[in-house]
Design a protein around this ligand. Sequence first.
Ligand code: SF4
Length: 143
Amino acid sequence: MKKILVSQCLYGGCAVRYDGKEKACVHPTFLRWKEEGRLVPVCPEVFGGLSVPRPPAERVGDKVINAEGNDVTDAYIRGAREAVRLAKEHDVAFAIMKEGSPSCGSKRVYDGTFTGNKVSGRGLAVEMLEEAGIKVISEEEIK
Ligand code: SF4
C-alpha cells in the first residue's frame, strides 16, 4: 500500500504549529489511512530548526518573513528539503498539506501583511514538493 505524506499538524498528537495549537484532521478517510499506517507526517518548519511556539511568518515574494521582521527563508528551505527527501524515501503516492501555511499551503497563503488577508499562492515546502513531481492536495480536498 502506497504511503501518503501529510502535514504533522493534520496528523496530530504533537505540537508543531507556530501557536502550539492542534489542527488534527478528523476526516474519516484521513483517519482510516492513519489507522492503516499509510501516513508519513512531516513538519517542514520544525525540520528547519524553528521552535514551538514561534512568531507567525508569511510569504513575501520568494522570502518568508516572520512577524518580528526577521527573514526566516533559510529555515523554511532547509525544512522543505527534508520534507521532499522523506517523500522520496517513502515513495509517497501524494501529499496532504495544511492549507494557508507559508510552508504547507497549496492554494492560498497569507499575503505578507500580517492582516489576516489570504491570496492565491503556495507555501515553500509545497512548491518544492511539486517541483519534485509530488502531487499535493490540502485537507479541504480529501473527499
Ligand atoms: S509547517 Fe506545515 S506541518 Fe508544520 S505546523 Fe506549519 S502547516 Fe503544520
